[in-house]
Each structure stands twice: as structure tokens, then as C-alpha cells.
Write a protein that binds this ligand. Structure first.
Ligand code: DGL
Length: 269
């Protein structure tokens, strides 16, 4: 079985880890949260690219057989460099699901909620340019949402108020579909439904991303097949105990079936 590194600016990538534990429970995982530096979405491209590279190199040094860049922002700014540098292992990224959204939207009006850095990135805009021009995309940066989710306040009044402001242009345009273009945002599903109701179609790509990981692992030399669940190690640059507590709250998969470990690593060298 493989050791898989999963990295995000904070707790957002737990939405991807959760799906990975559901589809691939026997592998071992290291989840790395750079919560000391979250949010990434309002930082410069250069900073995001160099920090993401540093953290992926750290995961590679721990012996990871594959790395999931479980952050749309880091994928947009850094994935090409990371793949070039760490060319011996699969590096799987995550991008806003604008393509499935365009296909699923009945009225071809789609809201895209993502970080400012993702929406401004060349990678995202290149992807957008490949889609049919009959679909209207309303792009909205979710400024301020990530810190609230990091603080465990995804369903608070404050979050609902801020979310209502960010969703207003999307709602006014009449979108029937919203892309959750940041891995933190699946944790806002409940709040979004509270504001917009159950009929709005919410798209996140965690299932597709994990299926991609599965394909990559299948094409590699397999390790010894385990009959039990694998381990999960949670590493934080800020507070490992808090990361573990957040994981237990946010992850739907049964973590008690896995061997759990946590560590605080202030410098990832
Ligand atoms: N979870 C991240 C993403 O998918 C980054 C959010 C942030 O740190 O701003 O974009």
C-alpha cells in the first residue's frame, strides 16, 4: 500500500482527505495543514508557489508515494513547478469544477466561488477559455470565508452574513449551479443551502480528484495489500491538536478505524 501526502493551506483539504479515506481506506496518509499561513488566497503568486513547493518537498522527504495538492489556490499557482521538481511521484491537483458545472447547469448560468488568487490565475483562466461561450460564469472571490472555517465557525451567523454578500451577485444573475472552487468551501454546504435552498446544484471535485489518485496508484507498482485500514498522521504548522479536533468534526469517514497520529512542525525541513 502507498503513503499519500495531502496538503492544503489549512483544514480545507480535509474535504479531499475524507473522500480519499472513503475510496482508498487502506493506504497510509499524511495530512499537512499550513494553518500558520492560511489563507493563501490573498497572498502573492510568488509566495504561494514557493511555499507550496517547500511543503511538497517536505512530504516527498517523508517518503510519500503520491502527493495531493488539496488546494485550488496552490494548484493554480504551483502545480507545474511541483510536477517538474518531484517528477518521480504522481502529483495530483484540484481545480474548480467549471466543466461539470457547465454541463449540469440547466440555464447555463454558473456561479464560481473561489479564492482571489485562483480566479486571477492563468491556469484557471486558461481552463475557462476552453468552455463554450454560451455558459455565463459569475466569478466571486470568497474573501474572509477561509479564516472563519479555520476558526471552526462555518455555520456561525457571521459566516452566514458574509456568505450572503458573496452569493448575492450569483443569486441576482439567476445561477442554478455553484462551483465550490476552494477545498474549504464544501464545509459551507449547509450554510449555502440555508441561504439559497435545496434546489441549488453545488459542485465540488473531490470525488473526481480521488478517482484520479486511484488511477495513478493502480499504474504504479503496488505494495503489500493490507486487510486493515491505514494510518493518518495530521501535521500542522500552527496547532496539531486543533487540527486533529477539526478533522474529527469535519470528516464524515470513521477516523476511529485508522491509526491516528498528530504532530506540530513549525518549519517543514
Ligand atoms: N483551500 C484552498 C483552496 O482550495 C486555499 C484557501 C486559502 O487558503 O485561501 O483554494
Amino acid at each position: 500500500m502507498a503513503l499519500i501526502g495531502v496538503f492544503d493551506s489549512g483544514v480545507g483539504g480535509l474535504s479531499i482527505l475524507d473522500e480519499a479515506l472513503r475510496q482508498l481506506p487502506k493506504h497510509d496518509y499524511i495530512y499537512l495543514a499550513d494553518s500558520a499561513n492560511a489563507p493563501y488566497g490573498e497572498k502573492s503568486s510568488e509566495w504561494i508557489a514557493s511555499r507550496s513547493m517547500e511543503l511538497c518537498q517536505y512530504l516527498a522527504k517523508q517518503g510519500c508515494d503520491a502527493i495531493m495538492v488539496a488546494c485550488n489556490t496552490a494548484t493554480a499557482e504551483a502545480i507545474a513547478h511541483i510536477r517538474a521538481k518531484l517528477s518521480s511521484i504522481p502529483i495530483i491537483g484540484v481545480e474548480p469544477g467549471i466543466k461539470p458545472a457547465a454541463m449540469q447547469s440547466a440555464n447555463s448560468i454558473v456561479g464560481v466561488l473561489a479564492t482571489e488568487a485562483t480566479l486571477k490565475s492563468e491556469k484557471f483562466n486558461a481552463l475557462l477559455a476552453t468552455l463554450p461561450s454560451n455558459c455565463l460564469f459569475i466569478k466571486q472571490a470568497g474573501a474572509g470565508l477561509v479564516p472563519l472555517i479555520e476558526a471552526g465557525r462555518a455555520n456561525s451567523e457571521e459566516t452566514l452574513e458574509l456568505l450572503a454578500q458573496h452569493l448575492a451577485p450569483i443569486q441576482e444573475a439567476g445561477a442554478d449551479t455553484i462551483v465550490l472552487g476552494c477545498t474549504h468551501y464544501p464545509f459551507l454546504r449547509k450554510a449555502i443551502r440555508k441561504l439559497l435552498g435545496d434546489s441549488i446544484n453545488l459542485i465540488d471535485t473531490s470525488d473526481a480528484v480521488v478517482r484520479q489518485l486511484k488511477r495513478k496508484l493502480e499504474s504504479q507498482e503496488g505494495g503489500v495489500e493490507k486487510s486493515s485500514h491505514g494510518s493518518v498522521k495530521f501535521i500542522s504548522s500552527k496547532n496539531a491538536e486543533n487540527l486533529l479536533k477539526m478533522a474529527q468534526e469535519l470528516i464524515q469517514s470513521d477516523l476511529s478505524k485508522h491509526r491516528i497520529d498528530s504532530a506540530l512542525v513549525s518549519a517543514f525541513h
